[in-house]
Design a protein around this ligand. Structure first.
Ligand SMILES: Cc1cc2nc3c(=O)[nH]c(=O)nc-3n(C[C@H](O)[C@H](O)[C@H](O)COP(=O)(O)OP(=O)(O)OC[C@H]3O[C@@H](n4cnc5c(N)ncnc54)[C@H](O)[C@@H]3O)c2cc1C
Length: 657
């Protein structure tokens, strides 16, 4: 093995490292380690002068391996790899000794921290001497994107990607795009009509030359990697030819089966053959196969008769499978509202006049079941109570997080009650009010000024007394129990991850945070990336958000998704697993252990003999090391973390310094 010329560069990180680790002592120690030719220290090694110090020494002192003694490699490994490249050295001839997180931040005693730092530096020097230069590879990118979920997040992301000039598939599981925003009446804090600001964007989706909308469809399989995903999409049968239907509605007039109208939250009915709502995109009818008499019992087919001329109805339609090649993916699967039945003490499902916030949106909407009149059982309520934090900030239902929109949508809904019923008594029970967005505090103040009575307290029970509901709570400001009568109780149900997202998450290998929303790659620095390269998050699938934040995040995701498409190629992982074919016994444990499906057994010629061996697809390998852990013959090794390297590090760290 050739002699290495190692340089060790110790960062003070201001006082972050220097106040707990003896820098001079560490430097003198590093200089004594085998093959170390230079040991230096600097206030901020990541600064330009710090990096220049390394570059100069590489050139002048002919260093060929570098150890940077600083913070976590998660932060600055890419910075220092670039430093090596700019000095003409292979970027993988670098090792980071993390003495900040591992020594100075976890020890108070300088002696202990310095002694531990010596071990960490000795281990890094031992390892860097065993590293070999590696070659970075690139693969070309399919210049097409896929967005999953057609709520406002998916709509915005698809439009932005398509406007950048790239073909975009938008996959929506429901018969129409629009998501929850389409169900809202007005939107806080500006009180814009929700449908009025959403429908132009929905039309843009339909008319955009770069967008192909696959509604009533779900992703069934995803293979491949960033730049080259192969996606299978299942298209559910609509039983209506989307391209032919002109949404005249004649067929529905002849359909005698009435079903729950989900758009109106079950507060009205429509036909088994229906259009989800008048502004639906695609503007085509759909048949509910669970309810259609022909599809269930084999009789009827009346609708086909009345559409004979256009011939848009096809009750023999079957599910279709479509294969798509895409380079990047935006996940925008949104949310489900909390199921209020899980809080039985609040009377939902038992009393007709206890409704959810989403049901309230439909009740007051001009396009809703009452044409916008606020009627409960045909009567105008005189006393209205809103209860906040239903299913949010509530450990008893497993949702500790704040849903971020309920305080404001409750304020909005209280304002709408005041607008429609000037004499109504309005009470809002709250834990504390979170009015954090632009113009939100001002809107909250405005609503308080409209004789809306905010009472601090959690409602423990809603029960019936005569023809009134009684909300029992403790007013935590007065410190006494109270009972408030109501004709209408509105539960401010929170937001939870969409049930439709779970399977997709598995296919895309997305992690979730403890609240079950999809986890971003870094909460501050990579808020729309995920752990799966080329897959980005937009909207409420990543966590509860209002519309402005959803739209902003969707545009951010689109911008990220466009980068690889615009570049036309992506770098693959360099430190991949490699197989020693002679040692491989083809047991297949590594194939099972690999979470990325990157390994398979193949027949290969090894030393003139055909044998089955594990073969790593280097483009799919994410260098997690799971395969090396289960390989009992040591045939599969992780580049940069081989058994020899790890054992040498353990040997170095175990010594007394
Ligand atoms: C009662 C209530 C009132 C609100 N009022 C306001 C307001 O006034 N102002 C405001 O700013 N915000 C308000 N919000 C918040 C607002 O609704 C959200 O910010 C917004 O809808 C988030 O959009 P999204 O696209 O992320 O999710 P969604 O609207 O949930 O859209 C997600 C879409 O993805 C689809 N989907 C799910 N899974 C899959 C899958 N596997 N494959 C394909 N498609 C899938 C769904 O069918 C849906 O179309 C309110 C929320 C509630 C609950």
């Amino acid at each position: 093995m050739s002699t290495k010329r190692i340089g060790v560069y110790i960062c003070h990180c201001g006082v972050n490292i220097a106040q707990t680790v003896g820098i001079e002592e560490l430097k003198s120690f590093a200089a004594t380690l085998p093959q170390v030719k230079v040991a230096e220290n600097y206030m901020y090694m990541c600064s330009e002068p710090g990096q220049e110090l390394i570059r100069k020494d590489i050139k002048e002192k002919k260093l060929n391996r570098i150890v940077v003694v600083a913070c976590s490699p998660r932060l600055h490994e890419p910075t220092f790899r670039n430093t090596l490249v700019s000095a003409g050295l292979n970027p993988y001839c670098l090792e980071i000794a993390n003495v900040r997180e591992q020594c100075s931040w976890v020890h108070k005693d300088k002696k202990v921290a310095t002694s531990k730092a010596k071990s960490v530096v000795a281990a890094a020097v031992t390892k860097v001497a065993l590293l070999e230069p590696l070659e970075e590879k690139e693969v070309s990118v399919t210049k097409t994107a896929m967005v999953v979920g057609g709520g406002i997040a998916g709509i915005q992301a698809a439009l932005d990607i398509a406007d950048s000039g790239f073909k975009t598939y938008l996959i929506e599981k429901e018969p129409s795009i629009g998501g929850h925003m389409m169900q809202l009446d007005k939107t806080f804090p500006t009180l814009d009509c929700s449908a009025c600001i959403l429908t132009p964007k929905m039309s843009d989706i339909k008319n955009h030359p770069n967008i192909e909308l696959l509604a009533y469809s779900e992703v069934a399989d995803v293979k491949g990697f960033v730049g080259n995903f192969k996606v299978t999409v299942k298209r559910k049968p609509r039983y209506i030819e989307e391209a032919i239907c002109n949404a005249c509605g004649t067929c529905a007039k002849y359909c005698s089966i009435a079903i729950i109208d989900r758009y109106n939250e079950g507060l009205s009915k429509l036909q088994a053959l229906h259009i989800p709502f008048p502004q639906a995109i695609p503007a085509a009818y759909v048949v509910d196969p669970e309810e259609c008499r022909y599809l269930k019992e084999g009789t009827c087919r009346q609708c086909e008769q009345v559409c004979k001329e256009l011939n848009a109805i096809n009750l023999d339609m079957q599910e279709e499978s479509v294969e798509l090649d895409v380079g990047t993916i935006v996940v925008a699967t949104g949310f489900d509202v909390f199921d209020a039945n899980r809080k039985p003490e609040l009377g939902y499902g038992r009393y007709e006049n206890v409704i959810t916030g989403m049901e309230f949106e439909r009740v007051v909407s001009a396009a809703g079941p009452n044409q916008g009149e606020l009627l409960i059982n045909g009567k105008k309520p005189k006393e209205v109570v809103f209860i906040q934090c239903v299913g949010s900030r509530d450990k008893t239902v497993g949702n500790e997080y704040c849903s971020r929109v309920c305080c404001m949508y409750t304020a909005k809904q209280a304002h709408l009650v005041r607008e429609k019923l000037p004499d109504a008594k309005i009470t809002i029970f709250y834990i504390d009010v979170r009015a954090f967005g632009k113009g939100y505090e001002e809107f909250y103040d405005r609503v308080k000024g409209e004789s809306v009575y905010y009472r601090r307290g959690n409602v423990s029970e809603v029960y019936k007394k005569g023809d009134k509901l009684i909300c029992r709570a403790e007013d935590t400001l007065l410190g006494k129990p109270i009972e408030v009568p109501a004709d209408l109780v509105v539960l401010a149900v929170g937001i939870q991850p969409s049930a439709g997202a779970r399977e997709l998450g598995k296919l895309l290998k997305l992690s979730t945070s403890p609240d079950n929303f999809f986890l971003e790659a870094h909460p501050k620095l990579r808020p729309v990336d995920t752990g799966s390269d080329g897959v980005f998050l937009a909207g409420c699938c990543q966590g509860p958000k209002d519309i402005p934040d959803t739209v902003a995040q969707a545009s951010a995701s689109a911008a990220k998704a466009v980068i690889p498409l615009a570049q036309g190629k992506v770098k693959t992982e360099t430190m991949v697993a490699r197989v020693h074919e002679q040692a491989c016994r083809a047991c297949g444990y590594c194939v099972e252990a690999c979470p990325y499906d990157a390994i398979e057994l193949q027949l290969q010629e090894v030393n003139g003999r055909e044998k089955s061996v594990a073969v790593v697809n280097e483009v799919l390998c994410k260098s997690c090391g799971a395969c090396t852990g289960v390989c009992f013959s040591g045939a599969i090794q992780q580049t940069g973390f081989t058994d020899d390297q790890i054992l040498a590090v353990i040997g170095a760290i175990g010594k007394e310094y």
